[in-house]
Design a protein around this ligand. Sequence first.
Ligand code: FES
Length: 88
Amino acid sequence: MFLTEEGTVHALDDTCTHQDASLAAGWVENCRVECPLHESTFSLRTGEVDQPPAKRGVRVHQVTVQDGEVLVELSTAAPQLPPGVEVR
Ligand code: FES
């Protein structure tokens, strides 16, 4: 889960679609997260990849902030995992 400087909250799968790296350890700027391993960037809103080497976007989950609580509705879409990585 990511909180931007603008105060918006976003939920994405944590694993980068390029290799097994945690996006939670990445850099967040302009509503994008940069993978800490090879610097691909992903939109926090859509999960789309903006910068290679990753070629596929990361799955996003719907977030609602209600009375100060963050509610996450998990996506039913298949996760976009990198080769060799299985669902944990
Ligand atoms: S592991 Fe994320 S860009 Fe390579």
